[in-house]
Ligand binder design. Structure first.
Ligand SMILES: [Zn+2]
Length: 234
């Protein structure tokens, strides 16, 4: 549950698909870890209450852990971006001519001839020198700036949106059926989300679905085994 599917930008590849994919993977984590916890506890306990408490605790703990991990990771990303911007600011101050040449080279590399590149660099420098260097040299745009709090909330929300499903199932089915129902619902949902993630990532769908469903089943079987072991021996 501590794999972090980053909600901040990764280079230039950010897109709505990237966000969707991160959300789906977060939901996957939520389903699998909470469902495993629930079937494990269900096989070691005698009534729904205990299972429900464990499931709810797992949901909250998992969401908080995802949020904390994402916050730390995106904060360090933000620190790096800030340091880059500060250095750029200092360079612009110390050596404006050199920075103008640097920008000109960047536009030439992107396909403009020298005169046009020099003119574009001159005008963009006059307009917003730091902005031009941030965007075209560092690859940072305002829309993609790392935002730790938003990333943390998005991460926690996607985990919780997956984790809530096995908790709800636990609350509504009879105690004897918790294990099997949670397992079936969770594996089907994992498959569905796997298909969605594979489609947005343009990966082969069938293989992704099979893999995530199989891994889900294995994880839940392991915790069921552990639950039985502890339930009978304690
Ligand atoms: Zn520069």
């Amino acid at each position: 549950m501590t794999t972090h599917h980053h909600f901040h930008h990764e280079g230039h590849a950010i897109s709505r698909a990237g966000w969707l994919r991160a959300a789906v993977l977060g939901a996957n984590d939520g389903i699998l870890s909470t469902a495993s916890l629930i079937v494990g506890v269900a096989n070691a306990s005698t009534d729904t209450r205990q299972v429900l408490i464990a499931g709810a605790a797992g949901l909250v703990a998992g969401a908080l852990s995802m949020a904390a991990g994402e916050y730390v990771s995106v904060s360090s990303q933000a620190d790096l971006e800030r340091a880059d911007m500060d250095r750029e600011k200092a360079e612009l101050h110390a050596d404006p001519d050199g920075e103008l040449k640097e920008l000109t080279h960047i536009y030439q590399r992107r396909g403009l001839d020298h005169d046009l590149a020099a003119e574009v660099a001159k005008q963009l420098t006059a307009h917003d020198a730091l902005g031009a260097h941030a965007r075209d040299e560092l690859g940072l745009s305002k829309a993609m700036r790392a935002r730790p709090a938003q990333a943390a909330i998005a991460s926690a929300a996607s985990f919780a949106s997956g984790a809530i499903v096995p908790v709800i199932v636990t609350a509504i089915v009879p105690f004897q059926r918790i294990s099997v129902t949670v397992m079936i619902v969770s594996v089907l949902l994992l498959g569905l989300l796997g298909a969605l993630a594979a489609r947005t990532g343009e990966a082969p769908v069938a293989r992704a679905v099979l893999r995530v469903m199989l891994l889900g089943l294995v994880a839940m079987q392991l915790t069921i085994g552990l639950g039985r072991l502890l339930g009978t021996s304690l």
